[in-house]
Design a protein around this ligand. Structure first.
Ligand code: ADP
Length: 158
């Protein structure tokens, strides 16, 4: 049976830190689905279509990565896509405590889906989408935090 993992997040925007986790995930899993969780009540900097497109562009040459979006529970998305693994990245102890709670709740809801954590490379451990959004808002240089395919400049110019 092929090993399918879902990598869920908001990816607003998708960073080099996210990309690193997907690439490391491909060493373990046959297939990784990057899944954008949609919360209609939360305003994002970039549209869902834009975020989906960027992630597709980043992995255009990697057929073991697909991209999707979902509303509702991550665990339901996993079941729908026959994924037995939930992939998450860990940057710090702060991530750990948050992730620990989510993983325990998820495994309580469904024992067939196992959370797997991959530790961030040191150089990416300071990168977060929220910091990148702050740098964008204040017109700083965010380019080194983002994959080349994530063309924020173009998106902002409209
Ligand atoms: P969420 O909104 O659930 O926090 P994110 O899009 O911010 O979603 O992140 C999705 C996943 O990627 C989470 O597991 C998060 O810990 C991980 N992640 C985010 N940034 C990095 C990074 N720089 N290095 C490693 N993992 C990261």
């Amino acid at each position: 049976m092929s090993k399918i993992a879902v990598f869920p997040g908001t990816f607003d925007p998708f960073t080099n830190g996210h990309k690193d986790i997907v690439e490391k995930g491909l060493n373990i899993f046959d297939h990784v689905i990057v899944a954008i969780g949609v919360n209609a009540l939360k305003k994002r900097m970039f549209s869902l279509e834009q975020r989906l497109q960027w992630i597709e562009d980043v992995f255009a040459n990697e057929d073991r990565v697909t991209v999707g979006s979902y509303e509702g529970l991550t665990i339901d998305f996993c079941i729908e896509h026959k994924a037995n693994f939930l992939l998450r990245g860990l940057r710090s102890i702060v991530d750990f405590e948050y992730e620990r709670q989510i993983a325990l709740v998820n495994s309580d809801m469904n024992r067939d889906v196992q959370s797997v954590f991959i530790m961030s490379e040191q150089k990416y451990s300071i990168v977060s989408s929220s910091i990148v959004r702050d740098i964008i808002l204040h017109k700083g240089d965010y380019s080194r935090f983002l994959p080349n395919e994530v063309k924020v400049d173009e998106a902002l110019r409209g």
